[in-house]
Design a binder for this molecule. Structure first.
Ligand SMILES: Nc1nc2c(ncn2[C@@H]2O[C@H](COP(=O)(O)OP(=O)(O)OP(=O)(O)O)[C@@H](O)[C@H]2O)c(=O)[nH]1
Ligand SMILES: [Mg+2]
Length: 654
């Protein structure tokens, strides 16, 4: 098994692709066997989308010059045999830079001008407005051109104090955080607000997204980065430099971004970089090692971690070693240790989450498809009884039977109105749930929060204002949950009634669990509180800042609410689809029965033939059931097989 991050990530990608392929096979099989109703189809579509578009974001966060960009070069881009992301002494990366791959966009670097800060739209909205970004096409086969283009992320502009203030880089209240003023009274600010790099690098193609960030000043100026982007990263790598030790600003960043209660402990990695500065030809390797270990222990103690949680490396020597294929130097750089930790944490966690999401979906799907099979088998069973009862009976009995089936059919058609009534009550209740989770609710809440944050002297009451908003949001969710509960018991009741009356086998699909979204709300609230608790609350004196913060909050919440809505929709869809499917089956069943009677009426010998036919159909259905179990269990069970095993079992199922 490969240990480098790249190899591990490759395996993760292969696993996802194979999984998606299996889903496709399952879907084709279901379709061929007429088991793909609209709910099952929707579920499959979502699962496949989830697998294919799964992104893993790794964010590099640290004070300037600790070696974030160099580490990115060393871990991900050494294959280009040169430095790709600009890394140099002093402040280099001036704007947050996201590296990823989007097949719909040609390889390019897109840069959002810093002036967009003068508008209230959050970053998320600018993303969907490509005309506002400056685009530079990239040639991935020309590493020199690539590196040269990426130099742009280091560009700066010089502006007056007034302009710097408007752009969010100057605060009267926070003098120590302000950038230095030049002799001409001008202040250097980043030229760009955000950079998006789109290249078909193998890892990025498989869904890896890398976020490189600038040091403290620039990172603090973009609340969205702190409250949205970094908390959503699957792993955050925090970097300290062995030559500077833990400085005050390192600690500020650590507190602001790395110790949020929500960040799972195993999703962050602490790196002690530049250990090569401690390599000293006058000391023995043992002495050097002891010194590195001491530095490691001190660092861990200051951050409140165990010593093993701090990983010493030399990014620069690691990069040099990979470029020159120098195994001894690579070993000395300790980069492979960091890569192993990164891949274990990130990929292991990701796979676990994906697996459990998928397992839930597949189980539901199997129940849904299995139900259709059960229905068909029961219909066959009933017909069989009906036909066996006709053995040795004369034509008039057969004619009578026909009349009875037609009568039944008529009654059934007349019951359509009742089923319609059940549906409309269901839809009305559902509408209320949609209302609670819809855009209007969020818009109202966000307007109120903005209002509250704009109150002069809000500083002390910020936490309360947030608490009130989130309290109401949580109440809304709880209400949506209790309404769903009502719908669920209504569904269960009417389904039971329909089952009794028409011999259906309807079963209400699993009710959406909105508690998960409540936990998301908690997390979002915490990240805001944390951010504002770090002194950023002073920035609220600027009304635009409050606006920006709330807009950032709104974009994040919208994602949460949309996925809650999606779950409610799927639940509804699968209830409705079940009813449709059973109605359809029943109608078909009437015509099959009538057809059989007709044949028997015409040729008395048809009876035994028909019974044999039904027998055959019943056996075929049993076969389908077994196959369904097999196809779905491939998707839910077992550990992640190695690629070779996967290929073999895929051939078997195909
Ligand atoms: N000796 C030594 N120097 C390193 C190492 N890693 C990075 N550097 C150097 O430290 C300087 C800063 O590295 P960067 O990668 O630009 O740091 P950064 O954290 O991205 O800094 P900003 O972009 O300014 O926020 C560069 O000159 C690097 O070559 C290392 O392991 N050893
Ligand atoms: Mg950098």
């Amino acid at each position: 098994m490969g240990t480098s991050f790249n190899e591990q990530f490759d395996q993760h990608g292969a696993w996802r692709r194979e999984f998606a392929l299996r889903l496709k096979l399952l879907s084709e099989w279901l379709k061929d066997n007429d088991l793909l109703d609209s709910a099952v189809e929707e579920r499959l579509r979502r699962l496949e989308g989830q697998m294919r578009s799964d992104k893993v974001m790794v964010a590099f966060v640290a004070e300037f010059s600790r070696g974030k960009s160099e580490l990115i070069n060393a871990i991900f881009f050494a294959g280009y045999k040169r430095r790709i992301m600009p890394a140099s002494a002093g402040r280099t990366t001036m704007c947050p830079t996201e590296l990823g791959y989007d097949a719909d966009v040609p390889p390019c670097l897109r840069l959002l001008p810093i002036e967009t800060r003068l508008h209230p739209q959050p970053l998320m909205e600018w993303r969907s407005a490509p005309e506002n970004w400056t685009r530079i096409d990239l040639d991935v086969n020309d590493p020199a051109q690539l590196a040269q283009a990426l130099e742009k992320v280091a560009e700066v502009r010089r502006v007056t104090q007034e302009q710097a203030k408007a752009l969010g880089f100057w605060h009267e209240d926070l003098p120590e955080d302000n950038p230095p003023t030049g002799p001409d009274g001008l202040i250097e600010v980043p030229r760009w607000r955000h950079a998006l790099i789109n290249i078909a690098h193998p890892l990025l193609k498989q869904g890896l997204v890398i976020l490189d960030t600038p040091g403290l000043n620039a990172i603090g100026a973009e609340p969205e980065l702190t409250v949205n982007l970094i908390p959503q990263a699957h792993a955050v790598v925090f970097i300290l430099a062995a030559d500077t030790g833990v400085t005050k600003s390192d600690l500020t960043i650590w507190r602001e971004h790395l110790i949020a209660e929500n960040s799972q402990a195993d999703a962050r990695l602490v790196v002690l970089n530049k250990i090569d500065t401690m390599w000293d030809s006058l000391s023995t390797p043992m002495q050097v090692q002891a010194q590195i270990e001491r530095q490691r222990a001190t660092t861990a103690e200051i951050l409140g971690l165990a010593r093993e949680q701090v990983i010493p490396v030399s990014a620069q020597k690691g990069l040099v070693a990979k470029v020159n294929d120098d195994a001894a130097l690579l070993q000395a750089s300790q980069l492979p240790v960091l890569e192993r930790a990164l891949s274990e944490n990130v990929m292991g966690q990701r796979r676990k989450i994906l697996r459990s999401a998928v397992a839930g979906g597949i189980t539901e799907l199997r129940t849904e498809a299995g139900r259709a099979l059960t229905m068909r088998r029961r219909d066959i069973g009933e017909q069989m009884v009906e036909l066996k009862g006709l053995r040795g009976k004369n034509l008039s009995v057969i004619k009578h039977m026909r009349g009875r089936i037609e009568q039944e059919q008529g009654d059934f058609d007349a019951s359509g109105a009742k089923i319609h009534a059940v549906r409309s009550v269901h839809l009305k209740l559902l509408h209320d749930v949609f209302e609670l989770l819809g855009n209007n609710t969020l818009r109202t809440e966000m307007a109120e929060l903005t209002q509250a944050l704009r109150q002069p002297g809000i500083k002390l009451g910020v936490r309360k204002a947030y608490a009130r908003t989130f309290e109401r949001l949580r109440l809304g969710l709880a209400k949506a949950q209790s309404l769903s509960g009502e719908i669920q018991s209504m569904l269960t009741g009417t389904f039971r009634q329909l089952n009794a009356e028409y011999g259906f086998s309807l079963q209400a699909p699993r009710e959406p669990d909105l508690a998960r979204y409540e936990r998301d709300l908690d997390m979002v609230e915490r990240s805001h509180n944390q951010y504002l608790g770090m002194g950023n609350v002073l920035r609220l004196a600027q009304p635009e800042f409050a606006d920006r913060l709330v807009r950032a909050l709104a974009t994040r919440l919208r994602v949460v609410y949309e996925s809650a809505l999606g779950e409610v929709e799927l639940w509804n869809k699968s209830a409705a689809a079940q009813l449709d499917a059973q109605l359809r089956e029943r109608r078909r069943n009437f015509s099959r029965r009538l057809e059989a009677i007709e044949r028997i009426q015409q040729a008395a010998s048809g009876l035994d033939e028909r019974i044999d036919e039904l027998d055959g159909q019943d056996r075929a259905l049993t076969g389908l059931d077994t196959k369904l179990a097999e196809l779905t269990s491939h998707l839910t069970e077992g550990p992640v097989p190695s690629s070779a095993d996967n290929a073999a079992s895929l051939r078997k199922t195909a």
